[in-house]
Ligand binder design. Structure first.
Ligand code: FAD
Length: 556
């Protein structure tokens, strides 16, 4: 924990050195002692300390300084650090001014120069002041702070990124906290930089204006560049399937790297509660599952690059070469595609414009708390929508699930349907399609087409979460890898037509189960044609595939 600060200000360098020395010798173990020879520089320093979230316990200023005297300085400093104790250093001749300053400028004490011996004329009084200060002191938050507004897409993306990568941070919604005195002081200290939201403040005092996930990733030490350019096994996608493959591969001696575009955990990382994963009878959140899997993979020496995106792949002899979005390349003996699926877009006027400003794809775990006391709309009838509705119901006044069909029976697991029925603040609205969303800077209303009455109802709404199925994003594979008409990757027996090998296949053996039409390139999890879209099946496929990788490598 950073030590609180004692700041002394005096334009006379001899006096400044003396007070600094005495403060340090008595308080140096518990406080950081800083000194400034000009009141204006000291005010600038205080603003910087405010932005860093440092605590200031004491301000000690000489009364006679040109341009700004001690009382003037302490009055201005009080605006930045009102809780700091304020003391004046005065010559005997200035005693009267000091006494009246005690009343006018809320100064806590004045010391006469010289203060020798300090054991008699300085420390007892300062001990008293600092004891008082400590009694009311609450240590400041020491991690990353993000300043932004709830309805800004960039702020949402940043918070979502930090949460999914398990980077602790404090969120300061500058609109909600506009009347909070501490937020006001921080905004004033930042000055014109507050126009560049979201602003990310790091504990070392540095900041990022209009912070983007990739910049923050670098700053917090997330690895985005590979340590070497060759691996036995490279995995695209850090969802359950990719992580399982990495754990099994690395534990069996394969030099393994995962390249993940957003955050390890994939879709599962967005799940508020996975209740059907073996071994967790009371369920676990996707975030927890991801965190454990990442720890396990790292323990076996897996390198995880995130956020980092694979944009293309090619083969050169037995090498499979991945091109990353930053232009760098990674080559490997075996490539595993575990890139999963992504939310299907909802086609309705207003959706794209308000995305991140009240309209969200997926779980929006970071948003649940912000929806306290509001009405939340969840679009979709599958398990992901059901889980999200249950999660939002803990905070929102009411959750409305919009489904096109006449019930949830065909699309949602029974255990979730039962839970929803037992939750009084969840309402199911069947035969409902989102026709349009409305709002200026953020979502304000939703128009819903009711297919049973053929009428459109326009209802007030501040948040809408969309869960309407997902599709693989496999365009980056070009013509190299065979896919079905929806983009899911064909593997093993699905590649054989009347027993014939796929075009270009040169080996005598059939493609292994989970192997694509290119030997040594495998596909697992949701991205694979015909896969069961579940965490356990992704984990199963990722683990099983490693056996085929060994067989493949034994012949390379
Ligand atoms: C909200 C929600 C709740 C769910 N609840 C459950 C549940 O309770 N039980 C259950 O069994 N299943 C549940 N599922 C389904 C389950 O999460 C998925 O089946 C599972 O995550 C699939 O794993 P995967 O590894 O194949 O793909 P994904 O989890 O989709 O992971 C793929 C990863 O690849 C990354 N990626 C994609 N393209 C690239 C690229 N070009 N470069 C780098 N990285 C890339 C993505 O960013 C992503 O992180 C839920 C899904 C959701 C969305």
């Amino acid at each position: 924990m950073a030590k609180p600060i004692l700041l002394s200000v005096d334009d006379d360098s001899d006096v400044l050195r003396a007070i600094e020395r005495d403060l340090r010798s008595r308080y140096g173990a518990d406080y950081r002692v800083l000194a400034s020879d000009s009141p204006h520089s000291a005010l600038d320093l205080l603003k910087q300390l405010k932005v860093r979230n440092d605590s200031v316990a004491l301000l000690l200023a000489d009364q006679r300084m040109p341009k700004l005297d001690g009382v003037g300085f302490l009055r201005e400093a009080q605006e930045i650090y009102p809780e700091a104790k304020r003391a004046l250093l005065t010559a005997y001749a200035d005693t009267n001014a000091a006494i009246s300053a005690i009343n006018q400028a809320s100064i806590n004490y004045f010391f006469l120069k010289p203060w020798d011996p300090p054991e008699e004329h300085l420390y007892p009084q300062l001990d008293d002041l600092l004891d008082d200060w400590r009694a009311a002191y609450r240590p400041a938050f020491e991690g990353i702070r993000v300043l932004g507004t709830r309805w800004s897409r960039r702020s949402y993306e940043l918070r979502d990124f930090l949460a999914r990568n398990h980077v602790p941070y404090q969120w300061i919604d500058v609109e909600v906290a506009a009347n909070d005195p501490e937020t006001k002081r921080l905004m004033e200290a930042l000055g014109p930089e507050t126009a560049s939201l979201p602003v990310v403040l790091f504990p070392d005092g540095t900041k990022l204006l209009e912070g983007a996930p990739a910049d923050v990733a670098q700053k917090v030490g997330l690895r985005t560049r590979a340590q070497t350019d060759f691996y036995d096994l490279a995995i695209v996608g850090g969802g359950p399937a990719g992580l399982a493959a990495a754990v099994y591969g690395a534990s069996e001696g394969l030099h393994t790297v995962i390249v993940e575009r957003e955050a390890p955990g994939g879709q599962a990382g967005m799940s508020s509660r996975i209740e059907n994963y073996l071994g967790f009878p009371s369920g676990l959140s996707g975030g927890d599952l991801a965190r454990r899997a990442v720890a396990q993979a790292l323990r076996f020496g897996v390198e995880i690059l995130a956020p980092q995106e694979v944009v293309s792949v090619r083969t050169e002899g037995s090498y499979r070469i991945l091109k990353l979005v930053d232009g760098s390349e990674i080559s490997c003996h075996v490539l595993m595609i575990a890139s999963g699926v992504q939310w299907r877009r909802l086609e309705a006027p207003g959706i794209d414009r308000l995305q991140g400003a009240g309209v969200y794809y997926g779980g929006g775990a970071t948003e649940a708390l912000a929806c306290k006391g509001e009405i939340v709309y969840v679009v979709g009838g599958a398990n992901s929508a059901g889980q999200a509705a249950m999660n939002f119901a803990r905070y929102a006044e009411r959750v409305v699930i919009l489904v096109r069909g006449e019930s949830l029976a065909a699309t949602m697991s029974q255990y979730l349907i039962d839970q929803i029925k037992l939750t009084p603040n969840i309402q199911l609205w069947t035969h409902a399609t989102v026709a349009e969303v409305h709002g200026g800077t953020h979502l304000e209303e939703v128009s819903i087409l009711c297919s049973d009455t053929n009428k459109v109802e326009r209802v007030p709404a501040s948040s809408m979460f969309i869960f309407i199925g997902a599709l693989p994003r496999t365009d980056w594979l070009g013509d190299l890898i065979e896919r079905d008409d929806r983009g899911f990757i064909l593997t093993g027996p699905d590649l054989l037509w009347d027993g014939a090998h796929p075009t270009g296949w040169t080996l005598e053996r059939d493609p292994f189960l989970l192997e694509t039409n290119v030997p040594g390139i495998f596909a697992v999890g949701d991205v694979r044609h015909g896969s069961v879209k579940r965490v356990a099946s992704g984990v199963g496929e990722g683990s099983v595939a490693v056996q085929f990788i060994h067989q493949y490598l034994s012949k390379v």
